[in-house]
Design a binder for this molecule. Sequence first.
Ligand SMILES: [Zn+2]
Length: 456
Amino acid sequence: MKYLISVIILLTGFHANAQNEDSILISKIADEVLIRGTAYENLRNLTKKVGARLTASPGYYKAETWGQQALRDAGADKVYLQECTVPHWVRGGKDEARYYAGNDTKGKSLDVLALGNSQGTGPKGISAPVILINSFEELESRKDEVKGKIVFYNYKFNPRFVLTFQSYSDAVRYRGQGAARASRYGAVAVLLRSMTHAADNNPHTGGMNYNDSFPKIPALAVGIQDADKLATAITSSNTVKLFLKSNAKMLADTIAHNVIGELTGTEFPEQIITVGGHLDSWDPAEGAHDDGAGCVHSIEVLRALKAIGYRPKRTIRVVLFANEENGLKGGTKYAEEAKSKNEQHIFALESDAGGFTPRSFGFSMSKERIEKVRTWLPLFAPYLVWQFSEGGGGADIGPLNRTFGTPVAGLQPDSQRYFDIHHARSDVFEAVNKRELELGALNMAALIYLVDKYGL
Ligand SMILES: [Zn+2]
């Protein structure tokens, strides 16, 4: 028996030996983040003291100051701003909607939010008959009925997809292109069912685009309970009128900044590892999960590595990107500058899927590199990441990947609750769990450590 135990210890010791050093270092990172972590308090400051931070709003510039201070406090060797030109969209006050079915002259109000980048209705609002459209296919088949009406897109978040990001990418085209496609057939405005499985009635905003060939018509999102009521009213009465009011408008482009902090590499300082999230957020909420979590995750990566005395071989650069939500100008600028300075970007990691329990990292890189990182997977199991999947990254590091072919990855937390709060007023600090947030940061720090140590 004694002999057998010694053999087991010997054998397991032998297998573990290759990764022993790494598992010890990662457990130091874990202790640092779970015992002395600052991600949660950083997020409290960002959400409660800065709050909403739509690009070019006063909140955004306050967030730039917050980000620089947080990076200095985390121990960055260097903190600086990177200027970029950004769109300046404003909501301009409260959005309103009412519907009038049949002989109802009082109307019933709907909980709505104008979509980001949309044009408002003007102070008097718009009244028009509404047409219920469940899909783009239906829009095409009924295009002759659309003229002079408000198109109500009632396309539902598909519950069949297990991962909610799939439901989102399936539905988001209605938000992005819905107004342009309806305007083409003479619609005067669009109202859009919110992209969520949530049980509540909060409307979910988000970016949209116009097509310059067609009029820029107002576009608003409605909460899903109200969307159901409106759809029922339309199917049970053939005369439903809708009143919409939004003061939204696009102002002239202006200046904002990516906020950057670095730990300079000791051996290959010219090789850059980027880790980031986006600093901007939608205006109706605090942007706690989207993407305050990604910002504090990234800052915590730097802080934890520094705090345990790890000296990176390569330069670890934390980037809090500007303008992800309604223009992607921060991520675009970051790649442009990298190109003009001829920088060497070996890897980029983004956290922009919320501060929930981490499940996986998704990688967009060559098969060989994915095979290589998969040998590290056992090191992550104690911290609840069981899977490295193919495909992933983040909107802000996309331009880097497209410009240089830089390998990229994204943190993939559990996604079931993310679209309950995404771009809605419920995306507040209280919706974030401290432990779940910390687990995201520690897994990210472990991945950055391994990429720094072994390269790709
Ligand atoms: Zn986001």
